[in-house]
Design a protein. Structure first.
Length: 360
């Protein structure tokens, strides 16, 4: 299972540009609205200095980084929840993702139209937020109506669900985004059963010119914090141009310009937003990084590698990446007794290097 992030925003905010920078997919970037209709899917590697260090130490034939799946989704406009623009088609594409990255325009370009006629990131983000909540409200009302009959007939579970959804409806009716005011358990419940849009983890990418307007950025960061959403900022156009260079050319340009690529920060922030950690495995063929939710037990982590490993799990040999790198050799770490044996109740920690022992 690869974790997925949907890229959303108003038309001409730079969604496809950012998508190309993240995934090198080369999708159409145009100066007119709705150049993206059907969602595009691409994969971005998670930058991890530990994987690079392990690769230098172990010298494997193949290195596979952890990955996040990104979807470039058509632009949303005012009234999307009522069918404007691509309407419900757009909204249905968001429901299946694990988290949302919203691209908000903060750059001036007279050749690229703006659906609202001017640059105002807070206003634009409020438009998208409202449309997501209105779509959620409509869906919640339908569920309350559907479950109401069973609740009135004495179905205890249906009654509890109606009470919970009534609480959700009240929040949405008051214009309160769900992600910032419900418990972790309640948000997981909404995610699994109803896939409500405003309950998903949400991150803003403020798409700037090459020179950042610090006043505008600070104002937006204050607003986003009130929505329990982190902010990453950068110039998506510049990032896409960098992604089209060779690795050596891009690194040289970054050094010369003193840049910190926003795409790298965005991928790492998306990883944190999804509450993910990384563990590593290696053998004579490859070194690989794996993404799992924080709190995952080792048999379930083994299931990411192969389902047979979870079914036949016996035990796991574990050493932290940092300790292994300090020792400098896996066999030496074993001789020194630094490799631990962990059972099925062990909770995998970020940076663990794991060898699974299982019965096929």
């Amino acid at each position: 299972m690869t974790f997925s992030v949907g890229i959303v925003g108003l038309p001409n905010a730079g969604k496809s540009t950012l998508f190309n920078a993240l995934t090198k997919a080369g999708v159409l970037v145009a100066k007119y609205p709705f150049s993206t209709i059907d969602p595009h899917k691409g994969v971005a590697s998670v930058p991890d200095e530990r994987l690079e260090a392990l690769s230098e130490m172990l010298k494997p034939p193949r290195v596979v980084p952890a990955e996040i799946e990104f979807f470039d989704i058509a632009g949303i406009v005012r009234g999307a929840s009522k069918g404007e623009g691509l309407g419900n088609q757009f909204l249905s594409h968001i429901r299946g993702v694990d988290a949302v990255v919203e691209v908000v325009r903060a750059f001036e370009d007279g050749s690229i139209s703006h659906s609202e006629g001017s640059i105002d990131p807070v206003r634009d983000a409020q438009i998208v937020e409202l449309e997501l909540m209105l779509a959620d409200l409509e869906l919640v009302e339908k569920w309350i109506e559907k479950l109401g009959k069973s609740a009135r007939l004495g179905d205890k579970r249906a009654k509890e669900e109606v009470e919970f959804l009534s609480k959700v409806k009240d929040l949405l009716s008051r214009g309160v985004p769900l992600r910032g005011c419900l418990s972790k358990e309640e948000l997981e419940r909404l995610s699994k059963t109803y896939q409500l849009l405003s309950s998903k983890p949400h991150l803003y990418y403020l798409n700037t010119s090459e020179t950042v307007d610090e006043v505008l950025l600070d104002r937006f960061k204050v607003w986003a914090s009130s929505r329990s959403s982190p902010v990453v900022w950068g110039c998506a156009r510049l990032e896409m141009e960098l992604s089209e260079l060779s690795t050596e050319e891009a690194q040289e340009f970054i050094r010369e310009m003193g840049l910190e690529p926003s795409v790298k920060r965005l991928i790492k922030s998306s990883y944190e937003l999804l509450n993910l950690i990384t563990f590593f495995t290696f053998n004579e063929k490859e070194l690989r990084a794996w993404s799992i939710r924080r709190g995952t037990k080792v048999p379930q982590a083994a299931g990411k590698i192969h389902t047979d490993m979870e079914r036949g799990f016996i035990k796991a040999e574990v050493i932290s990446c940092e300790l292994l790198l300090d020792v400098g050799d896996y066999r030496l770490a074993r001789e020194k007794g630094l490799i631990r044996i962990e059972g099925k109740d062990y909770e995998v920690q970020d940076g663990d290097v794991i060898y699974v022992i299982f019965k096929a």
